[in-house]
Write a new protein. Structure first.
Length: 235
């Protein structure tokens, strides 16, 4: 009887060990796949700005493409700034590549896609549907997970700069305030200024399981730099 009990305990220990290893492997895979998606989307975004094509085969061999996953690539090229904004010609397709979010002081740099579903948020910052598009009048609302792209938001401060770059231009925002609200409080998505930005993530940041609250960052637009027409500068 005692031997059988020890065998059962050993079996349970092995089962829990395997379950723990599987959970760790899954977390690692999610993180790695997210980073690979980000690298690929960043490469596509930068090449599109330069008027270049974006075939997958080119990405695999490009030094600013896949090899950046291993830290071997070069930083993407940046386009010069122009002066007067132009109207947006965007679409609103689910999971559409919108552009890039940057918060320099927090070292946040992440690709933004259309949608707030789990599939989108697993690999990018998501633009919440039915909110304003970057550069438009209204409230541009972006969401991301607290344990991936928006983890550094726990250290955000008033007056921090936020940049949202799209194929139409780059929009600069300045943080005005932060709030902690219930998930049902959708008033944070309403516009209170002509052009503003709202960042949303779950809260508390280190909560185990499904977090009960939402951390909200509110910023207002202070500048807009349009994107020059694409320039063919080689492949």
């Amino acid at each position: 009887m005692r031997r059988r009990k020890k065998g059962t305990l050993r079996w349970l220990e092995n089962l829990f060990l395997l379950a723990g290893l599987a959970a760790v492997d899954y977390a690692i895979w999610i993180n790695v796949s997210s980073q690979m998606y980000q690298v690929y989307d960043e490469w596509r975004f930068e090449r599109t700005l330069h008027g270049k094509d974006t075939p997958l085969a080119k990405f695999i061999v490009d030094e600013s493409g896949l090899r950046r996953v291993a830290g071997l690539g070069t930083a993407p090229e940046r386009m010069p700034e122009a002066k007067n904004p132009k109207p947006s010609g965007h679409r609103r397709n689910r999971n559409e590549l919108i552009g890039r979010l940057e918060i320099p002081r927090l070292n946040i740099r992440a690709i933004v896609r259309e949608g707030d579903d789990e599939g989108t948020l697993r690999h990018a910052v998501g633009h919440i549907p039915a909110t304003a598009w970057p550069g438009e009048l209204g409230n541009v609302a972006l969401a991301a997970h607290r344990d991936t792209f928006f983890r550094p938001l726990r250290n955000i401060r008033k007056k921090d700069r936020i940049l949202v770059s799209t194929l139409d231009g780059t929009y600069e925002y300045v943080v005005q305030s932060t709030r902690i609200v219930a998930p049902s409080d959708v008033s944070v998505l309403e516009a209170s200024a002509p052009k503003e930005l709202t960042l949303v993530t779950c809260y508390p940041f280190y909560y185990v399981g499904s977090a009960p609250l939402r951390f909200v960052v509110h910023a207002t637009q202070v500048a807009a730099t349009p994107q020059p027409p694409p320039q063919q500068i080689g492949s």
